[in-house]
Design a protein around this ligand. Sequence first.
Ligand code: IPM
Ligand code: MN
Length: 356
Amino acid sequence: MKSYNICVIKGDGIGPEIADEAIKVLDSVSAKFNFELNYEYYLMGGAAIDVFGEPLPDETLNGARKSDAVLFGAIGGEKWDNLPRHLRPESGLLKLRKSLNAYANLRPAMIYDELINASTLKAEVIKGVDILVVRELTGGLYFGQPREKLEDRAYNTMTYTVSEIERIAKIAFEAAMKRRKKVCMVDKANVLETSQLWREVTAKVAQNYPDVTLEYMYVDNAAMQLVRYPTGFDVILTENLFGDILSDEASMVCGSIGLLPSASMGGDVGIYEPIHGSAPDIAGQGIANPIAMILSAAMMLRYALGENEAANCIENAIKAVLKDGYRTKDIAKFDAVEICTTSEIGSIISDYIKKQ
Ligand code: IPM
Ligand code: MN
């Protein structure tokens, strides 16, 4: 029997409760498709700060490095907000991404027909939305040096090299080839030098993909177009901070931030995590939506382990469960048959998998 080692980092806030549901679902899908998942649990973020005094202990990084994939919940919370930046929970996640060279962050945003009424946007605007945000994840303002906070001023550096742009652009074009063959590169080339470089490099990469249409869009315009005409987008290629912002926006087009998974790849080991944060305000109440986390587990099966059938099975089960009207609170508008807790919806998805 095939067997894989999964580094599980539940994290803070709602992280542990949604990770438990992902594991529940993984257990039923692995039993069904005859492979074994060995979970090893590690701490990161606030949970690690409390125990080790740092957000990414060596033990966790080593555990991640020797695993086949990292399944990660969410980190952060008020308790750790006033620590110096390098000791904040977020720094742990950023260091993990950088150390694993997880430069390519894929964030699919698509609307389930069943959830069309859960979005705050009109049904006719969002019907058929199917976007892949390809976010550069280990460069730009998040990592640029120098950076500093002084008494009377503070600064960060947005920096990109040609090779950093080239490798992520290739990922976007490869993805577009398997989709509707459109790449929209989002930048701020009317103001930023880094964006000018992104345009030059992306145009060169595009020459190798004559079937793909490349368009450029300024980020302010893209933010607007995403709510005006979201079906106009196929693949959005963009730098780290713009991708962070636009993917949150794309998630609300689809109904809830609790629905969007992500895969962060590029190095030997990928990180699979929902795009949302730790939502401390709702932690422990059993109302968090575990679907983004469960879909991230499906992406892990597909991209890290090559267990495509199992990944499809999870995605189909989620569709079926939504179709039958089961909803967590965030997506329960007027059409819910039943409002479920975090663990109930996890169990229902898991049961659908067993039945399928
Ligand atoms: C995300 C999150 C992170 C980011 C935070 C927690 C550092 O918002 O994955 O989108 O900004 O990348
Ligand atoms: Mn974000």
